[in-house]
Ligand binder design. Structure first.
Ligand SMILES: [Zn+2]
Length: 137
């Protein structure tokens, strides 16, 4: 796929595998605590808000807003050399958690704080990555 940004592929672990499986199925999922209702990211064995171990993988809306963004001009690793410049952002998803990802799409480099975004999924060999694009841009 020509538009896929190069990256260093993550290695799913026992606790994060459902997250990556969801991405493969084009579903953004995170763990929701059955005791306090907290939705958390990153994948973990217990709720970071109340330490409950009753966590259920829940599908999210896939929408959010840009909490912070930077445009990278100097690649952080050789794997990213062909991608610069690119946008790295903290995305506050509608359900609350903040996750780091890339903004992709034709207007990615004009991304601003508070822009509305939606998840897109990019296949990278064995792993599918969640990235975001600006809505209506
Ligand atoms: Zn909890």
């Amino acid at each position: 796929m020509a538009n896929v940004m190069p990256t260093i592929a993550p290695q799913p672990t026992e606790v994060s595998k459902p997250f990556w499986d969801g991405c493969r199925e084009r579903r953004l999922v995170m763990q929701k605590c059955e005791d306090c209702g907290n939705v958390a990211y990153y994948p973990a064995y217990m709720c970071p808000a109340c330490t409950s171990e009753k966590l259920t993988w829940t599908e999210l809306s896939g929408r959010g807003r840009v909490h912070s963004v930077t445009i990278v001009h100097r690649p952080a690793a050789p794997a990213f050399a062909s991608a610069v410049p690119y946008a790295v952002a903290l995305i506050e998803v509608e359900e609350g958690p903040i996750m780091m990802s890339n903004i992709v799409g034709p207007a990615a480099l004009e991304t601003k704080i508070d822009d509305d975004v939606e998840v897109v999924f990019e296949d990278l060999g064995e792993v599918t990555l969640p990235r975001f694009r600006r809505i209506g841009k």
